[in-house]
Design a binder for this molecule. Structure first.
Ligand SMILES: C[S@@+](CC[C@H](N)C(=O)[O-])C[C@H]1O[C@@H](n2cnc3c(N)ncnc32)[C@H](O)[C@@H]1O
Length: 202
């Protein structure tokens, strides 16, 4: 699927994401993770801004998404909370920032969508300060064999309809990315991961 088609797909989903951000389980996960954000924050693939209600008031967020409709919803969410934020419409996979630009990098439910998730995590390591943190809430293939098989079967349809993969092996992606993992929690039969990590800089 071309990037233009993918962007249009997410543009059309923006109002559903606005409703979805009120889901209770997601709110609990988001609160746990996002309340740890500090300083200059980069949030990639911000969507409808589901995380804004959980940021501490003193952070400065740079929020990126390639969908203008999502960014418009995210701007409303930021305005509701008073969190200081700037917004960039861009493909995360062709984004660039100087090394060591951010104290915190946040990604929630975005690694299911990238063409090359390894290179996005590689970029996070560069953009994040040595003593900074990388906070992730991601889904992928379940550790339950039956659910995992179902996810594999449904994956092509889901990708076509929603624009995301269901069968990404997030734990393997994290392991190969060489991030320093400080803490991980797993939910929903091992298909959802909360990750508190740091860049592995020499
Ligand atoms: C599944 S939604 C998650 C939204 C939000 N992070 C959340 O937690 O609700 C994926 C979001 O990533 C955006 N997205 C996907 N691939 C992207 C890319 N390569 N560059 C920028 N945004 C992207 C989509 O527009 C959409 O807003």
């Amino acid at each position: 699927m071309s990037k233009e088609k993918l962007i249009r797909k997410f543009d059309r989903q923006a109002r559903f994401y606005e409703v979805r951000r009120k889901r209770k389980t997601q709110q609990e996960w988001r609160e746990k993770l996002i309340s740890c954000a500090k300083g200059r924050v980069l949030e990639v693939s911000v969507g409808a801004g589901a995380n804004f209600h959980f940021y501490p008031q003193d952070v400065q967020v740079t929020a990126v998404d390639f969908s203008l409709e999502m960014l418009n919803k995210a701007k409303q969410a930021a305005a509701e909370t008073g969190v200081q934020a700037e917004f960039i419409q861009s493909d995360v996979e062709s984004l660039s920032f100087p090394d060591d630009s951010f104290d915190t990098i946040v990604s929630t439910l975005s690694f299911c969508g990238y063409e090359d998730p390894y290179s996005v995590l590689g970029a996070f390591q560069k953009w994040c300060k040595r003593d900074g943190q990388i906070l992730l809430l991601e889904h992928g293939i379940s550790s339950n064999r039956i659910i995992g098989q179902l996810q594999k079967i449904v994956d092509p349809l889901f990708k076509k309809a929603v624009g995301c993969h269901l069968k990404r092996d997030m734990l393997q992606i994290l392991q190969l990315s060489n991030l320093h993992i400080n803490k991980m929690e797993h939910y929903m039969f091992g298909a959802v991961h909360l990750v508190w990590a740091a860049p592995n800089k020499i």
